[in-house]
Design a protein around this ligand. Structure first.
Ligand SMILES: [Zn+2]
Ligand SMILES: [Zn+2]
Length: 174
């Protein structure tokens, strides 16, 4: 059995519960996905795998996996909870595209250090954190601005100097 399976089984035992076929199937499915899934995604995957699990079972099992420290639940806006396996994974944060829902993971030691520094300066002891950047992925930016060439054309002005602030909205009067 996988380490996650063993940990989940131990967690269930502490609750006086058993590892059932359905619980195992749910665990294996979400561990195998290596991405961010909703309960609906999971239900669909289980169905395709020939596993029958009621939605209530899926939700309850997901909640137990979060409690047992095997999954992390994310609110990426829009009112849907996304789940991702966290066992044996490094901490990372997310960029969320509000156009198409694409989720991009990123790791920045510099940002982590700054957050710790802020916590220390407020004499705050952090336990966990979740940083989400909401916006538009490159594909959605291209789709949303018709007529804009995908790449900036080389012009007489040359590259924008680093000191000049350049936001996502270009070429509009301020
Ligand atoms: Zn997008
Ligand atoms: Zn993630």
């Amino acid at each position: 059995m996988s380490r996650a399976g063993a940990e989940f089984e131990a967690f269930l035992r502490r609750r006086g519960l058993r590892m059932t076929r359905q619980r195992r199937a749910i665990l294996e499915e979400i561990l195998g996905s290596r991405s961010h899934l909703t309960a609906d995604h999971l239900e669909e995957r289980l169905r395709r795998a020939g596993e029958r699990a009621a939605k209530a079972t899926v939700y309850r099992t997901l909640a137990m996996l979060v409690e047992g420290g095997l999954l992390e639940a994310h609110d990426f806006g829009g009112g849907t909870t996304y789940y991702e396996p966290i066992l044996d994974r490094d901490h990372h944060d997310h960029m969320v595209c509000i156009g198409c829902g694409r989720i991009t993971e990123f790791r920045s030691p510099a940002i982590e250090e700054l957050q710790d520094e802020q916590a220390r300066s407020h004499r705050f002891t952090p336990v966990t954190h979740s940083l989400k950047i909401f916006g538009y992925c490159a594909r959605c930016v291209r789709r949303r601005s018709p007529g804009t060439p995908p790449r900036r054309l080389p012009g007489p002005a040359g590259p924008v100097p680093a000191s000049q602030p350049s936001g996502p909205i270009r070429g509009r009067p301020r």
